[in-house]
Design a protein around this ligand. Structure first.
Ligand code: GSH
Length: 218
């Protein structure tokens, strides 16, 4: 059995973010699914995470919470073919900046809409839905401009691990508009990466969990 254990859910965006580097570098680990079908696993996350969230990585005595910290931990202790954090300090800052952008202004903003549907799928709070969808459109436009001047490397790295799941699900919540072709292309490129495709396939049986109804694509 591997020393590394990852607690997470196959349908969870932040779990994908942690799975991507593990898959890309072929790092051996045991996956513990927090789905209610596997009782006890989520209880562990509730115990070790201040908000009971997953993914959680256990590495021997070390418990690492938060997907970004998990990637930093893997980069430091399990380096592999995929350079998770750029060696150049300036590029590392950009990678960490984009990690924050995708988590805070794509993933978490889209989650506002998802939460509104979880609370009441028949009557989601319209202000919350509008805030989430407008926030996504604003972030898409920002990213479109950023991508005109910058490149997000299309290999598995901190930035792309944050970008892939957030753009995957954001597009289900509010489609990336025609005015943002660079963002649409980036999403397509990232979800075609083999570790991403594996996450997407393994999550397929859980698509009925998507509170807005999963679209018939991807
Ligand atoms: N900032 C956290 C966010 C983790 C997060 O929101 N995880 C979701 C699944 S994608 C979760 O635990 N949801 C269950 C809950 O909030 O109760 C990270 O980067 O790991």
């Amino acid at each position: 059995m591997s020393d590394l254990v990852l607690y997470g859910h196959p349908f969870s965006s932040y779990t994908w973010k942690a799975l991507m580097p593990l898959y890309a570098n072929g790092t051996p680990f045991e996956f513990r699914n927090v789905d209610p079908a596997f009782p006890g696993n989520w209880d562990f996350c509730r115990k070790v995470h201040p908000a009971g969230k997953f993914p959680v990585l256990v590495d021997g005595e070390a418990i690492v919470i938060e997907s970004t910290a998990i990637i930093e931990h893997l980069a430091a202790h399990y380096p592999g073919a995929a350079p998770l954090i750029p060696e150049d300090p300036g590029q590392a800052v950009v990678a960490r900046m984009m990690d924050r952008v995708f988590d805070r202004y794509v993933m978490d903003v889209g989650q506002l809409v998802v939460n509104a549907y979880i609370a009441d799928a028949a009557n989601p709070n319209p202000d919350q839905v509008a805030a989430g969808k407008n926030g996504l459109l604003h972030s898409y436009a920002w990213l479109e401009n950023w991508l005109a001047e910058n490149e997000l490397p299309a290999h598995v790295s901190l930035a792309s691990c944050a970008a892939m799941p957030s753009l995957f699900y954001a597009d289900w919540i509010e489609r990336i508009p025609d005015t943002c072709p660079r963002v649409r292309d980036l999403r397509a490129e990232l979800i075609a990466l083999p570790p991403a495709a594996r996450c997407i396939e393994d999550a397929r049986p859980y698509r009925h969990y998507f509170p807005l109804g999963a679209p018939d694509r991807d």
